[in-house]
Design a protein around this ligand. Sequence first.
Ligand code: APR
Length: 249
Amino acid sequence: MPMLDQEKIETITQRLRKANSVTVLTGAGISAESGVPTFRASDGLWEGHPIQEVATPRGWYRNPENVWRFYHARRANVATVKPNPGHVALKQLEDRFGDGFTLITQNVDGLHQQAGCRNVLELHGALREVRCTKCQRVEDRGLEPLDLMPICTTCRANVRPNIVWFEEALPELIWSKSVDATVASDVFFVIGTSAVVYPAAGLIPMAKRYNPETLTVEINLTRTDASEMVDLGIYGKAGEILPIILRGI
Ligand code: APR
């Protein structure tokens, strides 16, 4: 018989009270309650914008203006939104565990940092950053509107969004820090991700494989590809469930 949510929350809070190391992997669902669209919902970003056209190197070479239009719109959306109670609860978790807390995110919206989180590993890049196609310099341009085809302030070549597209490698140092934090965790949360995109989703089974004692927890609106891999799942809005967990520790 499935554990009741109340019992699950009790299990999680008990483990958190004893834990030294807590690692969280987030996806688009954590920002949904802030008004940032997810990708794979029926009205999600990949419905209106085919991945091949706006999120692959080939799409960029074919039509960089089209790619930039997509990212200009995403930047404009994120410029208007605020962190929600889910982001705030994760910042409180960081305050509680200090250096023992790591937040790994697939999101590029910067909302965890806006909520005050300091130890954030951005696996898929950041909307606020651009990267030069020639000198590779990464610049933080904030979320102010940019020219349709912005250029590098150093070498004047075109810049691209500093986003990890499909078929591209993850930033090496960020990935290795993510693996380290995952295998070291006493409690590992996977929140608001469909868990279909690798290597990010590969962190989920990794937590348990390297430390069978780790408690792995999914928080999502629905069951996902992660559900069979975790010890327990709580299904509902992250912005409602996370504050309840925080109040219990
Ligand atoms: N609370 C919790 N979960 C939610 C909420 C919510 N309020 N709203 C939506 N979700 C869940 C959905 O049920 C879904 O499982 O968030 C998940 C969002 O899944 P995706 O749209 O697939 O986004 P994500 O998993 O972050 O995508 C991974 O794929 O598109 C690429 O690079 C992009 O980083 C992205 C990666």
